[in-house]
Write a protein that binds this ligand. Structure first.
Ligand code: NAD
Length: 350
């Protein structure tokens, strides 16, 4: 427990709620990192963590990233996240979702829950029937729907700024782009890049997803280990986090990293390794904020047009990060953190 308080103090978390409901079997943790700019909005992840410590570490790390993401996207929102411990395929039940929604309600709007891995739009819709603090409802219910296409659009807009920074022009025509992970975001991103004239290289653990995207974009399919080595302008991590590390960075043959995955850098050293290899890293939480911006628009009465206009500002945001990195001779990841922290300090209540 002492460790937890120490960690909360160091990382700046405001509140951590441990939830246990005997009747439904719910075991969950809600972490609110920061509400200086507004209520903490963040997804609920259902995952079969090996133990409670792993669940706690994940929710603490993810909730902090949401604070920085919302601040950089200029949203009147704070950062939070929640995890339900269990296998979503085998252990999800209506009773657990309702019990969880009641826990969210107990926070009185300080935390707004949205979808994440293992929790879909229908689950959010079910929680919304119990309490109002849920966002990212299905489109047929007037909500913003699946955030993935909006996330992909934000990555696409921000990647332009990365191209401009490295090559002096933002056109995708003829650029070679390697996408790791053709999931919901990777697939939508590949379609946008193909339409803009880029040559694509793709990989995924699921061969069906690779075959499907190759059919519609003429992408070259690669094996998981080949994607790092392919000579390209942009390497776009769109699978899981932590794939940029001491083992993978020496293999890269790209000019730019710009992708949707959360927490792409395994640790702070990875950012230095990228700089040493003269690879331009585009901070993940700046680039992948499109889905959050889209969901946040729902809180004002959803308009897709307005949401997508706001998402386009990710281009300016990435430019601002690179400008500060250059001016202060710091890494882009440090520049993004510095800008986010300045916005938090400026918007701090009371
Ligand atoms: P997803 O689960 O739909 O897709 C992930 C894909 O990556 C899957 O197809 C999976 O098979 C593949 N994959 C997993 N490990 C791999 C590996 N080692 N090599 C190659 N492929 C691998 O997830 P998504 O919604 O597309 O999200 C992708 C990433 O973007 C995640 O890190 C997520 O946290 C992040 N993100 C997503 C959103 C969103 O709106 N969905 C928003 C912000 C950030």
């Amino acid at each position: 427990m002492n460790n937890l308080f120490e960690q909360m103090k160091t990382e700046g978390h405001e509140r951590v709620l441990f939830c246990s409901d005997r009747a439904s079997g719910l075991q969950a943790i809600i972490a609110i990192h920061n509400t200086h700019l507004g209520p903490a909005l963040g997804g609920c992840r259902m995952w079969p963590y090996p133990d409670a410590d792993a669940a706690l570490n994940d929710v603490l790390r993810l909730s902090k990233a949401m604070t920085y993401k919302a601040a950089m996207a200029d949203l009147p929102l704070g950062g939070g996240k929640s995890v339900i411990w269990g296998d979503p395929k085998k252990e999800k039940s209506e009773a657990k979702l309702i019990a969880f929604a009641k826990e969210v309600a107990s926070l009185g709007g300080r935390y707004i829950v949205a979808e994440d891995v293992g929790i879909g739009l229908a689950d959010i819709d079910r929680m919304r029937q119990v309490m109002p603090h849920a966002a990212g409802l299905p489109e047929e219910k007037g909500g913003s729907g699946d955030p993935s296409p909006a996330t992909a659009y934000g990555v696409f807009c921000g990647m332009r700024a990365s191209l401009e920074e490295r090559f002096g022009e933002s056109a995708f025509q003829g650029r070679k782009i390697a996408i790791q992970g053709i999931g919901k975001v990777g697939y939508a991103l590949a379609l946008l890049l193909h339409k803009a004239g880029a040559k694509l290289y793709v990989c995924d653990m699921d061969p069906e997803r690779v075959a499907a995207i190759c059919k519609v974009t003429d992408a070259d399919p690669l094996l998981g280990h080949e994607i790092y080595r392919v000579e390209c302008d942009v390497f776009s991590p769109c699978a899981l986090g932590g794939f940029l590390n001491e083992r993978t960075i020496p293999r890269l043959s790209c000019e730019i990293i710009a992708g949707a995955a959360n927490n792409q850098l395994e640790n702070a050293k990875a950012a230095i390794l990228l700089k040493d290899r003269n690879i331009l890293y585009t901070p993940d939480y700046v680039l992948n904020a499109g889905g959050l911006i889209n969901i946040a628009e729902e809180l004002n009465g959803y308009s897709k047009e307005k949401a997508y206009q706001k998402i386009e500002a990710i281009y300016d945001c990435v430019k601002e990060v690179f400008a500060l990195a250059k001016k202060a001779s710091i890494l882009p990841s440090e520049a993004a953190d510095r800008l986010a922290e300045a916005r938090l300090a400026a918007g701090k209540r009371g």
